[in-house]
Design a protein around this ligand. Structure first.
Ligand code: SF4
Length: 217
């Protein structure tokens, strides 16, 4: 949202991307007005009030929700990164976000260090995912497919990481796992749900394909 290049701003960047891609999405921390003309606009929300502020290191939750309420964007999605600190309140957070957003996606925090206190252990992950699936079945608009949520419980999926490219701020484009060149890749600890979803879709899983279509069409 803060991006500038001479007189150009994010609206110009989105228009440029539209010439090349059938769907354009963007993720923001939500602290600026949410007026980017993307097909999908994700806002990262990692907790209710104080938990979000603690994880983000600034008292920004109230201003984010004010920007969400003021936004006219037709497809505003909340994105939750689950970790050891916010995991217990994620079910309540999903119910809360369901009131304010078009839909919700979630992924799990990846530990970038050996002793990373934010990493959620797999027993807690599995229990939480059972609850998320229950909430989804009750009508909370979580867009991750049930297939992906189940596969993430113990990472029982085969990653096709080369189906995703990452464009870096220096202009380079890197194919595959986001961790490549950034951190040690330990697939047993992965929680990158977009990779889970697209890998399952590539294998023909209909739920994963439908999930991608709900997000981008
Ligand atoms: S860390 Fe995750 S996204 Fe990266 S290669 Fe492993 S399973 Fe795929």
């Amino acid at each position: 949202m803060l991006w500038r290049d001479g007189n150009r701003r994010v609206h110009d960047l989105v228009a440029y991307a539209r010439q090349r891609f059938f769907s354009v999405g963007m993720t923001t921390n939500g602290t600026q007005p949410l007026d980017a003309p993307t097909d999908v606009l994700w806002v990262s929300v990692d907790g209710l009030g104080e938990t979000h502020n603690q994880l983000r290191g600034a008292p920004v939750f109230d201003s984010i929700m004010a920007n969400v309420r003021a936004s006219c964007h037709p497809r505003l999605f909340a994105h939750v990164t689950v970790n050891a600190i916010n995991a217990d309140e994620v079910p309540r957070l999903l119910v809360f976000l369901n009131e304010s957003f078009h839909a919700i996606t979630l992924q799990f925090y990846y530990p970038y260090g050996q002793e990373d206190e934010l990493f959620l252990d797999f027993d807690r992950r599995e229990k939480l995912l059972d609850e998320v699936i229950r909430l989804k079945e009750k009508g909370i608009r979580v867009l991750n497919s049930v297939a992906a949520l189940k596969a993430l419980k113990r990472n029982t999926w085969t990653c096709r990481d080369r189906l995703i490219d990452n464009a870096n701020p220096d202009g380079t484009v890197q194919q595959g796992c986001y961790l490549r060149g950034r951190a040690e890749i330990d697939c047993t600890k992965c929680g990158f749900s977009p990779h889970t979803e697209i890998s399952l879709a590539f294998q023909g899983n209909l739920r994963a394909i439908q999930s991608g279509m709900r997000i981008f069409w």
